[in-house]
Every structure is written in C-alpha cells, then in structure tokens.
Design a protein around this ligand. Structure first.
Ligand code: ATP
Length: 234
C-alpha cells in the first residue's frame, strides 16, 4: 500500500533522512521505532507532503505522493495523527471531529463516520460537548485519532501516541490502536516507546540517525539482543 524508496530529506544543511526504504502492506501495522531525533517525525511529515524529499520515491497504491499536493493526499485515504495531538482547544469534541471531515461532502457519510468514531471511542461520545482543551492527555489523543478517522482513511500515520501519557493510559491507547488494526485499517506507527510499539506491530523498522538500522518481524526484533539493549532497557 505504502512504499518509501531511498528517500532523502534535508533541513537546510542538516541531512535528517538518509536514503530510507520501507514498506507498509495492506492491513499491516508497522512500527517505526527510534530514539529522540532519529528522524521519525520527519519521515511521517515527508509521507504526508508537509516536507519535501530531495530524492527518492513515496508511493501509495503505486501513485507517487510527491506529485500530489499535501491537501489532496488526505483524499487519497491517508490520514495523519500528529505528534502533540494539536486538537482545537476552544472547540468542542464534536466540532473537532466534524473539522476532521472537512473533505467529506456527504453529510450522511459524515454522520456515519462520527458514529463509527464514537463506537471506537465511547469516552468521546460521553464528552461530545466538552471543550477539547479541557480533555485529559489520553482523551486528547483519542480525539486526534478520531478526527483523523473522520475521512475513512485506508492508512493511518500515528506519531508518538504515547507521548506524555501515564502507563495506564498508554495501555488504553495501544488497545485502541490494536482494535483499529483489527478493523482493517493499515497503520504506520511512530514511537519512542519501543516495548509497546513492538508488542502491537506485525513488522517494525529501527531508525537510527536518519537511516534504517534494522527491520523485520516485530516479535523477532523484540527478542534481538541489540534491540533489547538499546531500546527495551534489557
Ligand atoms: P522525536 O522523537 O524527538 O520527535 P524524531 O525521531 O521524530 O524525534 P525528528 O523530529 O524527525 O526526529 O528529527 C530528525 C532530525 O532533524 C533531528 O536531528 C532534528 O534536530 C532535525 N530537525 C527536525 N526538525 C528540524 C527543523 N525544523 N529544522 C532543522 N532541523 C530539524
């Protein structure tokens, strides 16, 4: 579904992404793990068209995303849940969700998507009239994820969903990610919490200073000595 081939990204003179190649198959949950500053967020921003790759290819269902404006990529079925959530604090939960559906014209479809989001996140339904800025961190993560789901995406890019959450909430958020995966959504998940990210993924890539250092089956990577020492605190 998503293929990234030999992609390079620079911030001025800083070579942040150095020729990475990765793929996410239809229905897969793939994790991209790595330390602070490894280039995970840059990778996601480049896929969604927020940053330009200086070379390489990014293909979704065989179509080159670099030739598609960022605001049209979402219409192709790719949605991005950004690091830090970025919910609209002075709007209610439901207004935030409806904003997520801005490219959907059919109001019946919007209402169906809203119901489906509320099924995945009953907590959001309970709080539909509450201002998003007053939600807890975990609830804001649910809202940011729900907002991305309002376009009915085929693939969801998730950036650091566990950031700043308590261990209990991290578990809850990861249970939801697994549920979304089971419902058929393809997911590319970026995480510093390697333990959780490997526990839910089918496959994973390890990003180190802008290059893919390791890749493979998530269970095999979890058992790998180098991964255990560097990322799992063994
Ligand atoms: P984190 O988990 O801390 O968000 P990350 O793996 O997502 O880290 P990136 O944010 O993609 O890493 O950063 C990759 C590299 O690019 C880092 O060295 C970072 O300092 C650099 N970088 C990121 N954004 C910019 C920018 N706007 N200008 C210059 N350098 C940047």
């Amino acid at each position: 579904m998503l293929e990234i081939k030999d992609v390079n990204v620079f911030y001025g003179a800083i070579h942040a992404i150095k020729g990475i190649t990765l793929a996410v198959g239809d229905g897969e949950l793939v994790s991209l793990i790595g330390a602070n500053g490894a280039g995970k967020t840059t990778t996601l921003h480049t896929i969604s068209g927020l940053l330009h790759a200086t070379s390489g290819e990014i293909l979704m269902d065989g179509k080159n995303l670099q030739k598609v404006p960022a605001n049209s990529i979402i219409g192709m079925g790719l949605a991005h849940v950004p690091e830090g959530r970025h919910v609209f604090a002075r709007m209610t939960v439901e207004e935030n969700l409806r904003m997520g559906a801005y490219i959907v014209r059919d109001s019946k479809k919007i209402n169906e998507n809203l119901e489906s989001v509320y099924q995945h996140f009953p907590r959001l339904k309970e709080r539909w009239k509450q201002y998003a800025g007053t939600l807890s961190g975990g609830e804001q993560q649910m809202l940011a994820t729900g907002r991305a789901l309002m376009t009915n995406p085929k693939i969801l890019l998730m950036d650091e969903p566990s950031m700043g959450l308590s261990p209990l909430l991290v578990k809850e958020i990861f249970a939801i990610i697994q549920e979304l995966h089971k419902s058929g959504i393809t997911i590319l998940l970026v995480e510093q919490n390697a333990k959780m990210a490997l526990s839910v993924a089918d496959r994973a890539y390890v990003l180190e200073t802008g290059t893919i250092a390791m890749e493979g089956n998530a269970a095999a990577l979890s058992a790998d000595d180098r991964v255990r020492k560097a990322y799992l605190g063994a």
